[in-house]
Design a protein around this ligand. Structure first.
Ligand code: TTP
Length: 229
């Protein structure tokens, strides 16, 4: 018989203390999600959870994030499974603050990135099915509640420029078409599919410069933090 410690991870997944209000910020690569999180981290009632890219870069000493971009046919299923696991950790993490703000969610991995990898032939039918079954099982059985999505809607050409400027090693080979395809899937998921979403969507045009974006965040603060949609 295996003795489980009194407070084990599984226990926490199923019945850990829950945040009162969970906001997930979504948007294509380079849309400004980190800036958004950084802005809202100034509020005392908000706990902010960044996407754990550092974990994706260090799996037993391997940069899985880099492997995925270098050889997506070989690594995208492994990578997306790991992304899902690390996102699940963020969803179930208990918070003391009444508002939990997460960069992305389990949902965008499934509906944007995995969908795109499958459609472009980088994931096989079997890999796609196994991933989707895992995702469905998690969404149906664990507490991955979202109360509000904030969609930072951005033109792929603007993103292309920003990605070039920030020059993340792994992202050097991203073509404009990849951003266009991801944009289409974000639009399909968040703009055309409203009744099937687990939460309402607040759409912010995120093409503007940094100062203009900060102003926009300020203008929408009460809608974002106190659900006055
Ligand atoms: P994003 O989640 O889009 O984060 P970002 O750092 O670009 O956010 P922003 O600029 O808006 O602050 O993507 C991070 C990297 O991870 C990017 O190269 C895309 C990749 N990625 C996947 O390939 N699959 C996934 O499921 C996720 C969530 C990210």
């Amino acid at each position: 018989r295996i003795e489980l410690p009194e407070s084990n991870n599984f226990d926490m997944l199923v019945k850990g203390p829950k945040a009162k209000f969970t906001v997930c910020v979504e948007g294509n690569i380079g849309s400004g999600k980190s800036t958004f999180l950084q802005h809202f981290s100034q509020f005392g009632d908000v706990e902010v959870y960044e996407e754990p890219v550092h974990k994706w870069r260090s799996v037993r000493g391997f940069n899985l994030f880099d492997l995925m971009y270098k050889d997506p046919c070989r690594w995208s299923h492994t990578f997306q499974s790991y992304v899902m696991m690390t996102m699940l950790e963020l969803h179930v993490k208990s918070t003391t603050a009444p508002i939990k703000l997460i960069e992305r969610s389990l949902y965008s991995g499934r509906h944007c990135f995995v969908e795109n990898l499958y459609k472009s032939g980088k994931m096989t039918d079997i890999e796609y099915s196994v991933f989707c079954e895992w995702n469905k099982m998690i969404v149906q059985n664990l507490d991955v509640n979202v109360d509000l999505f904030v969609y930072l809607r951005t033109d792929p050409k603007v993103l292309n420029e920003r990605i070039k400027q920030r020059a993340r090693n792994e992202e050097q080979t991203i073509p404009l078409q990849y951003l266009v395809d991801l944009h289409t899937l974000h639009e399909k998921w968040l703009m055309e599919n409203n009744q099937n979403l687990p939460a309402p969507v607040l759409v912010l045009d995120a093409n503007d410069s940094l100062p203009a974006m900060y102003k926009k965040f300020e203008e929408h603060t009460s809608e974002i933090l106190f659900r006055k949609l």
